[in-house]
Design a protein. Structure first.
Length: 330
């Protein structure tokens, strides 16, 4: 029986997954003549990070404002660090609302990458996202290294997360964990199946292209596919919290505009529309000095006529143009 099922891990490195589409890829043919579809993903992690209070052995060490990766910020097992915790809480208290406003002021949409155990403390964040028409996607139930827990524990966390998301808003149709285990995509597909939910529409734990592609659904039959929308660390605001990262808001917005303009120019030259992904974090881009970099970029997108939308809308559009075909999927 198992021979008829797809592999549980569709991320093996083969000649064809490395090669991808090759020199040319299918065109997104986005609505309204836009040459680039832009997906801005707001990671909502605050409260779901490593914390003694979450039952972890140590607290979160990095992705905050000071001493990232240095010995002073090394976790001391079993010891709460209020300085780190409250730096995270800046995102859930102040940052998230500033980022939301940047989008609603311009009538633009984002995809919320919600960590379920973080949203549990802030149902208003989901409530407002739904009200604004944002997509509520999954960033896992906990914001942790999933390779460090057993598949049974991971499945249990997925079930726990589904309870939280569905109590606040729609069940996520797309997933990005950031630190998946080898089996994460399989376990998510299985838990959706067991819960009687429709299959997910997109999976983003990969970084290998500018446009979507199909893979066989892990553990599914040959006729079941999983649309992959590559994520991006290139355009990610997290580098503000890295010692060698973005040195100023101006540098960050220049980088985003350069990436977008190049994709737009390539699309015009080749006739194949592209996609761009930008990762954002409430406690990072939501700081007063940095929000202007995002606003400047959003204004540029508006002036150029980009399709700024959710990952779900992009996945629906792509799947409509290019339905899953087991013969060409990876
Ligand atoms: Zn994240």
């Amino acid at each position: 029986m198992s021979a008829e099922l797809n592999s549980k891990t569709p991320f093996d490195r083969t000649e064809s997954t490395v090669k991808g589409y090759g020199r040319t890829h299918p065109s997104g043919k986005w609505p309204g003549g836009a040459k680039v579809a832009v997906s801005l993903c707001l990671n909502y992690e605050e409260g779901g990070e490593y914390s003694i209070r979450n039952g972890d052995a140590f607290h979160q060490r990095d992705f905050h404002e000071y001493e990232n990766g240095l010995t002073a910020a090394m976790p001391r097992p079993g010891v709460v660090d209020p300085a780190v915790e409250s730096q995270y809480a800046y995102g859930s208290r102040a940052g998230v609302w500033r980022v939301y406003k940047a989008f609603t002021d311009r009538g633009m949409l984002l995809t919320l990458y919600g960590v379920a155990s973080a949203l549990k403390h802030s149902p208003k964040v989901t409530q407002k996202a739904v009200e604004y028409g944002f997509e509520c996607a999954s960033h896992g139930s906990r914001w942790i290294q999933h390779g460090t827990i057993t598949p049974e524990e991971e499945a249990e966390q997925i079930r726990e997360g589904l309870k939280i998301w569905s109590s606040q808003g729609p069940v996520p149709v797309g997933w990005f964990l950031g630190r998946p285990s080898k089996l994460s995509s399989y376990l998510v597909c299985e838990e959706y199946k067991k819960a009687g939910l429709p299959p997910i529409k997109w999976w983003s734990d990969l970084y290998c292209d500018d446009v979507p592609h199909w893979r066989r659904r892990p553990g599914g039959t040959k006729d079941e596919g999983m649309l992959c929308l590559p994520y991006s660390y290139d355009n990610n605001d997290y580098k503000f919290s890295q010692p060698a990262g973005w040195r100023s808001p101006k540098i960050y917005s220049d980088h985003l505009i350069a990436a977008f303009d190049e994709l737009w120019a390539e699309a015009e030259r080749t006739g194949t529309d592209k996609m761009m992904t930008i990762g954002l974090h409430c406690r990072v881009i939501g700081k007063p000095a940095r929000i202007g970099a995002l606003e400047r970029f959003l204004d540029h997108l508006k002036a150029k006529g980009a399709w700024v939308t959710t990952r779900e809308a992009i996945a629906d559009h792509w799947a409509g143009l290019y339905p899953y075909d087991p013969e060409t999927a990876w």
